[in-house]
Design a protein around this ligand. Structure first.
Ligand SMILES: NC(=O)c1ccc[n+]([C@@H]2O[C@H](COP(=O)([O-])OP(=O)(O)OC[C@H]3O[C@@H](n4cnc5c(N)ncnc54)[C@H](O)[C@@H]3O)[C@@H](O)[C@H]2O)c1
Ligand SMILES: [Zn+2]
Length: 363
């Protein structure tokens, strides 16, 4: 078993990672039960994994099964979930279990942050994206009319249990999209991990359990390190995790946040664009930008506008960026790179230049 501690003082917790862990989750959850039943929240695509988890618990549990998909991160679902948790008599000292991808994790995290002014929750992430990113770090949110993730709270889980084996049932496209967030950690500040990714991505995507476990543990450790330094994204350190996300969100917005372009696919194209733009500005060697694009292409992720199927003008994409929640006082901070593993925050980017750069990209 690999244990990655997330060091946040009184809010510290463990991320435990091991193939087959779901079937043994009961051992890890028993100390939290305190003689009471568990409530598990999951989605309709996860019923086999729900059965495994419930069988492992050894105590009574109640399951709430929600519709799958981004639409579940809504006010309506938040209201109905909190009502059901209250009907089930959940107390502040109880631990609600979130079994699912980032949608279930974000919704349950937010619901438990407000339920009785805050009760505990445990993340049991089931997508690669949730295992390497959303289940760790305590950001929780729902979507609102004005945009994605605009209503939420910082609420850390009490424990994160990751079983790489549950990824066996994940559709390959979702797996690849989650892999984009793995590469992200390499591109931020870990060149050696990028080399590991180049050598092992194919094995990881083809279900090599060792490669999967290594990639997850390494990614979680990277996220834990950054979150421990800057839990609430105030110093700029945590903002590094948004590499590729400003460009990526613009592409997602342009494709209507639909299945045309999954979040991780937008991030992949966004990271390639961030590197290409850094190269255009003379900040980063062109061969580094090409090497990033080549790796993304090799595993079937989009490496730019064309592969993402986006034909919009640069001006229109910049307009999407301006709606991004990270806009502070009229400027748009961009994560750019001096090379692979050398990402930094640039607050002086000229948006007209970005639009021209995007216009010059192949469509
Ligand atoms: N809180 C954070 O820090 C953070 C970070 C990144 C992303 N997010 C959020 O995460 C969400 C995306 O998460 P996601 O990509 O996990 O999407 P998701 O939760 O919608 O899961 C993707 C699909 O896979 C299905 N699925 C999940 N696990 C499965 C499994 N093991 N086998 C078969 N099917 C399975 C789901 O039912 C769903 O249809 C977005 O809402 C995003 O905003 C949050
Ligand atoms: Zn992301």
């Amino acid at each position: 078993m690999t244990i990655v501690p997330v060091a946040l003082g009184a809010r510290s917790y463990d991320v435990r990672i091991e193939a087959g862990l779901l079937a043994r989750a009961g051992e890890h959850l028993a100390p939290l039960a305190k003689g009471r039943r568990f409530v598990i929240v999951t989605d309709e695509n996860l019923l086999p994994h729900l059965a495994t988890l419930q069988a492992s618990l050894g105590v009574d549990s109640e399951a709430i099964v929600l519709p799958a998909g981004e639409g579940t991160k809504s006010w309506a679902q938040l209201e109905s979930l909190t009502d059901r948790l209250l009907d089930l008599g959940v107390e502040r000292s109880d631990h609600v279990i979130a079994l699912g991808g980032g949608v279930i994790g974000d919704l349950v995290g937010f619901a438990t942050s407000i339920l009785k002014r805050g009760c505990h929750f445990v993340q049991v992430p089931t997508t690669l994206l949730a295992q390497v990113d959303s289940s760790v770090g305590g950001k929780t949110a729902i979507n609102s009319r004005a945009g994605k993730n605009l209503v939420g709270a910082f609420h850390q889980p009490a424990l994160v249990l990751i079983d790489p084996q549950v990824l066996d049932t994940l559709p390959p496209r979702e797996l690849r999209a989650g892999y984009a967030e793995v590469v992200k950690y390499a591109l931020i500040d870990d060149f050696a991990f990028f080399e590991w990714c180049e050598a092992n991505a194919a094995a990881l995507l083809a279900d090599d359990p060792e490669a999967r476990t290594h990639a997850i543990a390494h990614s979680v450790a990277a996220k834990a390190r950054i979150v421990a330094e800057d839990e609430r994204e105030t110093t700029g350190k945590r903002a590094l995790l948004n590499l590729g996300h400003t460009f990526g969100h613009a592409l997602e917005a342009e494709t209507g946040f639909s299945s045309k372009l999954l979040h991780g696919e937008g991030v992949a194209a966004g990271m390639a664009l961030a590197f290409a733009y850094s190269a255009r500005r003379g900040l980063c060697p062109g061969q580094d930008a090409e090497r990033v694009a080549k790796h993304l292409r090799a595993i079937g992720l989009p490496d730019g506008l064309q592969a993402a199927g986006v034909t919009a003008s640069g001006a229109r994409l910049v307009e999407h960026m301006l709606h991004d929640k990270k806009m502070a006082a009229g400027t748009l901070p961009f994560l750019l790179a001096r090379g692979i593993g050398q990402t930094f925050l640039d607050k002086t980017v000229d948006l007209t230049d970005v639009a021209e750069f995007l216009d010059a990209q192949p469509r």
